[in-house]
Design a protein around this ligand. Structure first.
Ligand code: MTE
Ligand code: CO
Length: 432
């Protein structure tokens, strides 16, 4: 994080927060947090926020027509997507990062959900939208947007993680913030039609073993997907979090390929061809191979393995209230199913405590975890470790490097370490 970004972080302590801290120092129980201001009053320090009439209570607020489509209040202006300029040569074929350090819950608001384009975000109107299904089918079909709306609809919540997420961290701790190390991920509730419904409408021939999917943008982002996955849980989505997809996320229609690499989630979906083999020659942008420690490469790694990260405290979300009650929180996910447990360590992985899942893990969706501790103010090496329903446990960086070496880019799902210092600031580090 550069100085400019640091400067955009909210100011440290409001008077209220200071009072609360004093109150806590007095040995009060964590459950009594809200009584902080009252304690200040008891100590005889009048709090103007309570005793004085404030501007927001003396005039009118905005009328209901002030913002027909609302944005976050200006105080939250730093909760935004950010990119890393040196990462790519041009913003047209680039990526930005979700501010996961500043969000809570599991649903990513569309306005700050990361974007990844190979040839820029295009503007495609619903009226101009066509989806073709052809190849090894009984009946080639072309659907308009309105046609898609007439098929039985489903709602599903899924994470999308770019295969390159955490990719800059292979050789060493590099980017200082959960947004930058783990922010190529978003989690939305999609509404749409299952791809299976549409494929059945066209009738897949027995020789049809793969589908080749492509988008309407110049890159087309063509990908081959095995027919089993296509008929299992893929979704042709046109709404996310209840509203139309944002332009940058594929408006008006995108493909969801739950649990699999983000690059297969074709945006502006325009064509599904049923084939008898993978059509690699056409996959212009699909060079998503994984380098292994022995110098060979692994061709396909579609599934995103279990992974987690502490989102707060973290470099962009330092501890500001001093010692005492501290909420440690983060996100966990797995492309192989539901998260069943998350363990948190404050001593660099020597000892672990099971965190509390905010809700039972859902398949291929983000899970929020919390660990409520009494921080003694000493430094911590903070880590989280996810386990999914297959029993798979998130590996350490060393375990992953033993297999993958240090020259990989994709599929880095290792345990992340934040060094939280006595002053509450945190840094991206590695522990051996
Ligand atoms: N689809 C099209 N048509 N064009 C693209 O450039 N990028 C892919 C995928 N689908 C891409 C695409 C990649 S690499 C990722 S990680 C995801 O879209 C990103 O989706 P998002 O922009 O909604 O975050
Ligand atoms: Co990607």
């Amino acid at each position: 994080m550069d100085e400019k970004e640091r400067a955009t972080l909210p100011a440290t302590d409001s008077g209220l927060a200071l009072n609360r801290r004093n109150f806590l120092r007095g040995g009060a129980a964590a459950g009594a947090l809200v009584a902080g201001a009252a304690a200040a009053k008891a100590e005889g320090t009048p709090d103007p926020l309570i005793t004085e009439k404030q501007p927001w209570a003396t005039g009118w607020g905005d009328g209901v027509d002030a913002t027909p489509y609302g944005l976050p209040i200006r105080f939250e202006g730093d909760v935004i997507r950010r990119n890393v300029e040196w990462l790519t040569a041009d913003v047209i074929s680039s990526i930005n990062f979700t501010p996961i350090h500043a969000l809570d819950g599991t649903i990513t608001p569309a306005g700050c959900a990361f974007e990844r384009h190979h040839s820029g975000a295009i503007e495609l109107a619903k009226e101009d939208y066509r989806l073709m299904i052809h190849g090894l089918v009984d009946k080639p079909l072309v659907f308009t947007y309105e046609d898609l709306e007439r098929f039985p609809r489903v709602n599903r919540t899924y994470f999308l993680e770019c295969a390159a997420n955490t990719g800059m961290e292979w050789a060493g701790a590099q980017l200082n913030g959960a947004q930058f190390t783990h922010g190529m991920i978003h989690n939305m509730e999609y509404s749409g039609v299952t791809l299976r419904t549409l494929l059945e409408e066209a009738g897949v021939k027995p020789e049809g073993k793969w589908i080749y999917v492509e988008g309407a943008d110049a890159s087309s982002n063509g990908r081959s997907i095995p027919i089993e996955k296509a008929l299992d849980d893929c979704l042709v989505a046109f709404k996310a979090n209840g509203e139309a997809l944002r332009k940058e996320h594929g408006y008006p229609v995108r493909l969801c390929v739950p649990g699999w690499e983000g690059n297969m989630w074709v945006k502006w979906l325009r064509r599904v061809e049923v084939t008898d083999q993978a059509v690699e020659s056409r996959e212009e942008t699909s060079k998503y191979t994984d380098t292994l420690a022995d110098g060979t490469s692994r061709k396909w790694t579609w599934v995103m393995d279990a992974k987690s990260v502490v989102t707060s405290p973290s470099p962009q979300s330092p501890i500001k209230h001093g010692k005492g009650p501290l909420v440690i929180t983060g996100l966990a996910w797995s492309g192989r199913g539901a998260i069943t447990a998350v363990d948190v360590s404050i001593d660099g992985g020597k000892t672990w405590t099971e965190a509390r899942l905010a809700a039972p893990g859902q398949k291929m969706a983000l899970t929020r975890f919390y660990l409520d501790i009494e921080w003694d103010g000493s430094e911590m090496l903070l880590q989280s470790r996810a386990t999914d329903e297959t029993g798979y446990v998130q590996p350490t960086k060393k375990q992953l490097r033993d297999v993958r070496g240090e020259n990989s880019v994709y599929h880095n799902n290792c345990i992340q370490t934040w060094w939280v210092k006595e002053n509450g600031e945190a840094e991206n580090v590695e522990v051996s």
